[in-house]
Ligand binder design. Sequence first.
Ligand code: CTP
Length: 390
Amino acid sequence: MKVLLGVTGSIAAYKSVIVARLLTKAGHEVKTIITRGGENFISSLSISNLTVNDVFTDDDFWMPGQKIPLHIELARWPDVVVVAPATMHFLGKLAHGFADDLLTSTIAAIDRPVVLAPAMHTEMWNSRVLQDNVIRLKIFGYEFVGPYEGELSSGDRGIGRMAEPEDIIERVIQIGKTERKLRGKRIVITYGGTEEELDDVRVITNKSSGKMGVSLSRRAKELGAHVIAVVGRVEVQPLYYDEIYHARSVDELSMTLKEIVPDADVLIMAAAVSDFKPAGRLEGKVKRGERLVVEFEPTEDILRSLSKDKKPGQIFVGFALESRNLLENAEKKMHEKGVDIIVANYATAMGSDFIRGYILSREEKIPLKTLTKSELAIILFDKIAEKIEK
Ligand code: CTP
């Protein structure tokens, strides 16, 4: 695997030397970027000797005469990026889109998984501004390993110690495994809410925002998949796709999926599909009056229909939105809809950046504490990759 290692200015940088060494010994190719702060703690020479590969600093970033800008060239190189240690300052810059040195500019142009291993004193880790930035980064899809509780360079004990090199590497290797399973796979991701017309100006829809779908798409693309987005009514900008279809109503969604799902390797049905549609669409704009009675009829259960033609090897994932009896209802849906995995979650997830519930498959029930939707996407694709293996 090609690993791009970022080293920022913390005393924990001595452990990045171990990360570089262990990765190289395990047969991975490692290129390194050291920030100005990082250079105060370790030398390019020691890392380049250990990795037998390139080490870059900001001196290289500002060198004239590059054919392709260095940060673009570097951003196109790795399978995965690891920043260890990641300081408070670096996380702050990343969380707010600053790209004023080689490392932040490279990560700005990266479309691969990025793992962050923070290291700082407990007071800094616990500060509101840092925690706010960590949440932002987790919403965007950056992955964290650590920090751990333990002894700190000040001699105090507390949270803020960089994760152990072995644990960072274990995560990198796991990402590599997932990536190998998903690279080139055609993944259909539906998201957003459906919309049924009542008359010429009014619609019935739901509170789905599409945030889950964007997080899933980002992760799928980071893992090298071919993402086919099927998007309903959304409040966010659809991003990270190779192909996009727009489907507003349940019938449009059904038609689109019946066309494209036969060629897909994975279907993730994150769309909030209406269970009812008006039995008859009213003409024009209905005028104000005493009251309006609209009769609704049930819609097709699209996932259930698609499952009937599910091919061997295809993986289907559903989402079950419940307000009560979460596990019981979700499990029932998994069987009835013929899906391999179902994400059981509560209505509070709608429109939110966060989600909690369970990932259910026939073999396991993984409880999820409150996570960002991007964190869920990371876990979900690890599980999907495991299924592809079988
Ligand atoms: N789904 C679907 N077609 C529908 C309704 C839902 O394909 N007409 C899909 C959703 O995209 C989701 C899964 O089925 O992946 C479960 O959706 P959910 O709304 O939780 O369940 P419903 O089947 O609608 O059942 P209920 O509303 O009774 O909970």
